[in-house]
Design a binder for this molecule. Sequence first.
Ligand code: ACO
Ligand code: OAA
Length: 374
Amino acid sequence: MTKPIGGAGLRGQSAGETALCTVGKTGSGLTYRGYDIAVLAEKAEFEEVAFLLLYGHLPNQAELSAYKTKLKGMRTLPDALKVVLEQIPADAHPMDVMRTGCSMLGNLETEQDFAEQHQHIDRMLAVFPGLINYWYNFSHHGKRVEVDTDADSIAEQFLWTLHDSKPDPLHVKVMHASLILYAEHEFNASTFTARVCASTLSDVHSCVTGAIGSLRGPLHGGANEAAMAMIENWQSADEAETAIMGMLERKEKIMGFGHAIYRESDPRNAIIKAWSQKLAQQVGDTHLYAVSERVEAVMWREKKLFCNADFFHASAYHFMGIPTKLFTPIFVCSRVSGWTAHVIEQRNNNRIIRPSADYTGPETAEWVAIEDRP
Ligand SMILES: CC(=O)SCCNC(=O)CCNC(=O)[C@H](O)C(C)(C)COP(=O)(O)OP(=O)(O)OC[C@H]1O[C@@H](n2cnc3c(N)ncnc32)[C@H](O)[C@@H]1OP(=O)(O)O
Ligand SMILES: O=C([O-])CC(=O)C(=O)O
């Protein structure tokens, strides 16, 4: 099943150094600055993890409180950004809204000097949840939602600005875990995009805007909404099994399965799956969780393919009343911490990223005048 190392996709080739994360190397398979993902997802708040990634150590209580207060004070959307968001139609893809929103923020609050990087990074972390939900509520419900809420955290801020009310504490807890699981993942496609951009000494908003574009694709972050679009078609586990068998026979890709690095399991899956099960009980789900479990079992039985981080995120987010189209933007609200930690790391030890290619074109070509060309 596994394709060879090297060649297309740069698989298995080192493309630089990082002190931020290991994937598929030790323990459960994923660590952020040496801390196991299972421990972080169980014990930490997302802000603690963002601080760890961005500032190099776990914050003590005073540092965490100060950081959360700082982020809380940075949620306001500039009027000019609201004007732009209000122009974007309801049928736009929310990842395009994130991309435009981030880029517009970079126009309004341009990074003039790398000494300002932390300020801009913290601002993006603080503002992204309100940004996407301001657009969502305006374009879908004609409502200008208040983004300067009393929410205590980024997790709570996302749910609060989506539903325009204080969210269920259980949902906030799940959001913390979800944001932690999605925060960082070494040299994945979107992070590599950010690092390539950073290596040209570009500004941090350009790095993040590019990364959002890479995350949007269904082979990367877009898989969580693609998985939801698939599983919502099935009313029972048996129906799901029949459909999956058909898809496999037709050699269709099953979104939310497989991984470029992990070979037997994605350590984030068990964690989000457990939350999905808890939420299924809370909402009295009759089939979606069972459908998801059956798809997982069939994929392993038939192809030895396992759920990646995205698959059970689909049902978990759905149970919390989050519209499917907002799934991947949540990934952005989290991964912006990892992307920007990589931007900082790249800047600290920079050389422009410029690999070579194996040329496969013609050796020489003779010039033909335009009127003589076939
Ligand atoms: C947070 C994240 O970004 S996690 C990734 C989210 N993406 C998805 O869930 C999309 C579905 N999955 C995939 O497309 C792939 O597994 C990727 C993109 C994640 C990894 O791609 P690769 O590193 O090329 O995968 P790998 O070498 O393990 O694949 C080997 C073969 O397994 C099969 N395979 C891998 N994933 C799947 C899948 N989800 N469904 C069906 N078959 C699959 C394919 O036959 C593949 O070969 P082919 O594409 O040439 O036909
Ligand atoms: O590492 C990857 O290729 C994709 C992934 O799981 C992530 O970015 O979280």
